[in-house]
Design a protein around this ligand. Sequence first.
Ligand SMILES: Nc1ncnc2c1ncn2[C@@H]1O[C@H](COP(=O)(O)OP(=O)(O)OP(=O)(O)O)[C@@H](O)[C@H]1O
Length: 626
Amino acid sequence: MIEARIAQRGKGALREFNEAGVLAAADVHVALRLANLGGEPNADVHLATALAVRAVRSGSVCLDLTRLRDVTVDEDADGNPVVDPESLPWPHDREVLGALQRSPLVIGGDRGSLRPLRLVDTDEGPLLYLDRYFRQEQTIREVLAARGDGFPAVDDDRLAVALDELFRDQSDRTKPSPAPDRQRVAAALAATHRTTVIAGGPGTGKTHTVARILALLETMEGPGLRIGLAAPTGKAAARLQESVREQESVLPLPPGLTAMTLHRMLGWQRGRTRFRYHADNHLPYDVIVVDETSMVSLTMMCRLLEAVRPDTRLVLVGDPDQLASVDAGAVLADLIARPVSGGVNPVFTRAAARDLEAADDPDEAAFRPVEHDRLRGGIVRLSRGRRFGGEIARLAVAVRDGDGDKVVEILNSGAPEIAFHRPDDVESLRRDVVGSAQEVTAAALTGDIHAVLERFETHRLLCAHRDGPYGVQRWARQAMEWIGTSTGRRLDPERWYPGQPLLVTANDHEARIYNGDTGVVVRRDDGDLVAAFARGEQPFVLHPSQLSAVQTVYAMTIHRSQGSQYGTVSVILPDERSSLLTRELLYTAITRARSKVRIVGTEAAVRAGVERQVLRASGLRREIRV
Ligand SMILES: Nc1ncnc2c1ncn2[C@@H]1O[C@H](COP(=O)(O)OP(=O)(O)OP(=O)(O)O)[C@@H](O)[C@H]1O
């Protein structure tokens, strides 16, 4: 058996790539172990295998063999790369491909049936997979193809009437909403397809539409329709449940709908590797809605699709431009970009005719030809922002579109919703940090939980990094110092105190608090301290000692903020060379803001972030040649 220590000392190229920080010890270790088991002596295959393991570790599903050299290397304390990736001993792409084509790890060998690697030819070049991920992708492809082969039976007339009733003109409720109404199209799609994907930025009404889709299906197929609502995280599930329940009074929805995490829906079982629901034991629902799908990994999507009954309507909702899942895959973005197959459902075409044919409206864009094609695949994008200020939305769109000049222009425009500061210009940030802490503390001392939670959402300090000069640790310390100086009292995060901001770092289903939840310590009238968390109308309160995994949070990572929104968001940008600084990260940070966004960083950092895209290799977007 090869030990990690020995693997770390892998020879030749492996060693150099390891020392440069391109490969971690674990990548080398796995590659050498597979080579050993499969009887593969070829060094190019060892390197490709290690790079494939690394690819998965950094979020890709496979290794794109046409972009082998597209790697990041370790940085020194000043943010400079330790080595130039070009100086590494890269083998020739063609030689790597040839070695893989002959490799027992790919084609099987005389040491048994072990074939841990898959070499897959696609329309855009070859991909190298660890077998497990290829099989998951194949499952997704096959299930989606099977689900797209046919449509649910729907009564045209009832659908038309129900759509008219649910999507009303905001200024004259006696009339249906004007065309084009993309939300109505999304509902028509969900009613007439087995799989629907609803994409949209923050505040475009995704949850609003979900509630109407459920009401539509309840009207057409209910009562007794079995509805499953899920999201990848507990926090996102709690938000989905709240938003849907808020619509109960205005829509024909079954009361008390509950949402849960995807793990819970699939029947995660302690100590077992398999979920309770799977291909041979399907989920019992007639309709399943998954919110925040951008955070769903390839593996979870595979498990979900296996477990969904073929005739269940599945509605996947999310923002494909946000940061993708922590684990490998960017499935939502892939599903939206992949080639569309399947025919047109005439029931949908009739139901959505006026919206599909309508010209641009001042509030809503007409459907472009390419979008008509996507609709055939059950995919629709909501585009009309219903929530935040115009300039923040424009900034987010410019970032999403990779338009660095426009981003800089908007940042410097002097618009009241946007502030752009050099890294050393933090006076207004200090004022917001101190001001919001004072307001939260004042409310926390009076025991007014609603006011505390409302004020707590007025400002949030976000960082890309956890450590280092631009990281959460450093900036949380800075915030505490500012607050301490302003009050003349040093904050001690080791003890509970009124106004203390909290971040939950692990799910606790029993206590109903979830990883990523934020709350505040409040002093009640009786003098006791409680931790309060926002949960729709009714805040959730528990004794701080019941919190098993919690941190004091004066700053948090942008990753952690995903799925939440705040009044003002202040974003500390890292150095322009930071590989974490990407378009998706900037977009996610900016779209957390409801009324104001403050960027602290250099123009070079902004431009670098807008330019750098997270490219997660996957075969889902491609035509596979088998
Ligand atoms: N068609 C509509 N008519 C009136 N109000 C709407 C409409 N669609 C959405 N809204 C309102 O706009 C706001 C944002 O909608 P919603 O929360 O559904 O967006 P979202 O896309 O789910 O946002 P997020 O991604 O932040 O969760 C809500 O207050 C909602 O009630």
